[in-house]
Design a protein around this ligand. Structure first.
Ligand code: KG4
Ligand code: ZN
Length: 340
């Protein structure tokens, strides 16, 4: 079965082709980061228009890469939500029209399900059940994945997502959008130099039971510390380091609790913050100590991409799912539990 995957929920147009026999055949991506940079955040209308512009060239690129003709596709999988409504509609209307023209099914994929399945693209041996830490610009969730389509969110953020907190903290210290990765780099360099750590940063919500997160107070704490500092490069790096340590510690403490509660032996880390080296190192040590294993998909599969959508579509197709209707339906909000 060959499935074309289309991801357009936010600011990346991702197209890929996944083959149930031979794995990933092609993978193409267009990032809109530069387009939105001057506005300091994603502008939905510009995002939608850019998806429209890049969908066809990227599909052609993926087909050429896989050495396939359109008619050799068995299904089209597209992200139907959650996400920006215009951006989702651009991908969904294109996917449904192409599928109709080719007379093949178009499968609506939940963006978060695609993220949590992404680790299996490279590690087919990774079997259910597993625990997922989804940490992106829009989400911070702990998910128990029991089987395909059977997911329970056991921890969620009450305010900012982890990546959002990284980006906002970076911005308030004058770093360009999206500043999360730059902030992390400053933090890592500061750590490598062995400079003294600022220790006063809180580990939010770790002093009470439960698996939920809250990062907005940490961001405010960083802002206050920045205003009271010398506001130079060294101060910026010291705050970046303290902030990163606080986020990473908080995530690690909650993952440790979730492992204890669920008895999970495998942990999948998905989403852009999964690129964070300090987080990777802490979670690797935690899982090793717990006799389990942690899976970090390659960065290109951690962040938004078409491969995870093609793969999720392929699994649903093999499970016997069909196109429900010819209507083009997308959802800006779509709780993951609703697909179970
Ligand atoms: O999953 P993703 O590519 O996009 C969505 O949110 O959908 O995640 C992007 C987020 C951004 O907030 C970005 O700043 C953050 O991931 N990020 C990082 C790092 N690299 C990217 N955060 C912390 N450390 C990093 N190394
Ligand atoms: Zn995403």
């Amino acid at each position: 079965m060959r499935v074309l995957g289309i991801e357009s929920s936010c600011d990346d147009t991702g197209i890929a082709i996944y083959d149930s026999e031979n794995g990933l055949l092609a993978h193409a991506l267009h990032s809109q980061t530069v387009l939105h940079q001057q506005y300091g955040g994603v502008v939905p209308e510009l995002a939608s228009r850019d998806h429209v512009k890049y969908l066809i060239p990227l599909v052609e690129q993926a087909l050429a890469q896989a050495n396939l003709e359109k008619k050799q596709l068995d299904a089209i999988a597209y992200t139907a939500g959650p996400g920006l409504i215009g951006a989702l509609l651009a991908g969904a209307s294109f996917a449904k029209s192409l599928a109709l023209g080719l007379q093949i099914p178009a499968l609506a994929i939940h963006h978060l399900e695609a993220h949590l399945l992404a680790a299996r693209l490279e590690e087919p041996a990774l079997d259910f059940p597993f625990l997922v830490l989804l940490v992106s610009g829009g989400h911070t969730q702990l998910i128990e994945a029991r089987a395909l389509g059977e997911y329970t969110i056991i921890g969620d953020t009450l305010d900012d997502a982890a990546g959002e907190a990284f980006d906002k903290t970076a911005k308030l210290m004058g770093l360009p959008y999206p500043g999360g990765a730059i902030l992390a780099q400053l933090a890592d360099d500061y750590q490598a130099k062995g400079l003294p750590a600022i220790t006063a940063f809180p580990r939010p919500m770790t002093d009470r039971p439960g698996l939920d997160f809250s990062f907005s107070g940490l961001k405010t704490h960083a802002l206050t510390t920045w205003h009271n500092s010398t506001k130079d490069e060294l101060a910026r790096a010291a705050i970046a380091h303290a902030f990163q340590q606080a986020v990473v510690d908080t995530l690690t403490i909650k993952v440790k609790r979730a492992i204890k509660e669920t008895h999970a032996k495998s942990l999948v880390v998905a989403g852009g913050v999964g690129a964070n080296l300090a987080l990777r190192s802490n979670l690797t040590a935690l899982l090793k100590g717990a006799g389990g294993k942690v899976y970090f998909p390659k960065i290109e599969y951690c962040t938004d991409n078409g491969a995870m959508v093609a793969y999720a579509g392929c699994l649903h197709l093999l499970a016997g799912e069909k196109d429900a209707s010819q209507a083009i339906e997308v959802k800006a909000r779509w709780p993951l539990v609703d697909i179970s």
